[in-house]
Design a protein around this ligand. Structure first.
Ligand SMILES: O=C(O)CCC(=O)C(=O)O
Ligand SMILES: [Fe+2]
Length: 315
């Protein structure tokens, strides 16, 4: 069946990031955010505050990163789960990605640069990725605050803010050289708190609605896509929605994406506030340590489970 108007994600314009809670501007954006999160668990944020120059410089640095020889890229290892460089594997032959610890901590970027660009490092990479990440993670904090306010549990705001860590994953989906659509990344839900995605000019992200339809996301250069992860939904005891999403690629151009992930800190016990639990929303999960859950998720049992979090700590 063909559609007159293709489905699209809600678009929310965050012209500036020096928004102040309690202002009418804040309240208006917060109600748009909440509506989108309840319905889609996702939306497209337009962020004109980041200059075109910085956006272009960011994507150029990522291109230079992926253009390094494979044997150099492989030198970037990090013992934590999901970190380091992962090259094209038999199950995803088109993809390669780097996962970096909190990019707002300059030292984390410095470590990567010292490994990949010996002997001098790469000051421009460190500077540009850092500046860009700072702005994006400012947006993450605003969105998380707005959601917590919308849930009516502001008294846990400070604790929630202090419980977050960040990571940055940059992915290159090599061009498939065919007009047929191929899978770049299979359908999944994110396990973390909040994900913010940005990309170069090549589209490919699709987000599933609650009704099971796939929305093909059209990015603009100023667009960022927000997705709710399962842990944040667990914290809110199922009052949010963590949507399935996937990447499909076609054509002759490579897609580069950057995912900024907020996660609960290792050792922090994720527990739904008592205000989130009632007759309509009975407790879904026992308190859990996100980093321990990720260890389970990486086992064959975790990977093959249709709902790993439920299996790990479901009530
Ligand atoms: O590349 C993208 O746009 C999506 C990446 C993604 O979903 C993920 O890394 O979890
Ligand atoms: Fe994802």
């Amino acid at each position: 069946m063909s559609r007159e108007t293709p489905l699209s994600l809600p678009v929310i314009d965050f012209c500036k990031l020096d928004l102040k809670p309690g202002t009418t501007e804040w309240d208006s954006l917060r109600s748009q955010v909440w509506k989108a999160i309840e319905e889609y668990g996702s939306f497209r944020a337009v962020l004109s505050q980041i200059s075109q120059e910085l956006r272009e410089a960011f994507l150029n640095e990522l291109e230079e990163l992926f253009a390094l020889p494979l044997q150099i890229k492989r030198c970037y290892v990090n013992e934590k789960p999901f970190r380091g460089y992962v090259g094209q594997s038999p199950s995803s032959p088109l993809n390669e990605c780097f996962t970096i610890d909190d990019p707002v901590i300059s030292q984390n970027l410095e470590n990567l640069c010292n490994i990949l660009w010996q002997p001098k490092g790469k000051p421009s990479f460190r500077k540009i990725i850092h500046s860009f990440s700072k702005e994006v993670l400012e947006l993450e904090k605003i969105i998380r605050t707005m959601i917590i306010e919308s849930l009516g549990v502001e008294k846990y705001l400070e604790e929630n803010m202090d419980s977050a860590d960040y990571m940055l994953r940059v992915t290159k989906y090599g061009s498939p050289q065919t007009s047929n659509e191929l899978s770049g990344l299979r359908a999944h839900t994110d396990k973390n708190m909040i994900t913010i995605l940005h990309q170069n000019e090549v589209d490919g992200l699709e987000v599933q609605t609650k009704g099971g339809e796939w929305i093909q996301v059209k990015f603009s250069p100023e667009s960022f896509v927000i997705l709710i992860g399962e842990s944040f939904d667990a914290w809110a005891n199922g009052r949010l929605h963590s949507p399935y999403h996937r990447v499909r690629v076609s054509g002759n151009e490579a897609r580069i994406s950057a995912g900024f992930f907020s996660v609960f800190k290792a050792g922090y016990l994720v527990k739904a506030p008592e205000e989130m639990v009632d007759e309509e929303y009975p407790l879904l999960f026992k308190p859990f340590d996100y980093s321990e859950f990720i260890k389970f998720f990486q086992t064959p049992a975790g990977r093959s489970s249709p709902s790993a979090l439920k299996e790990y700590c479901g009530v």
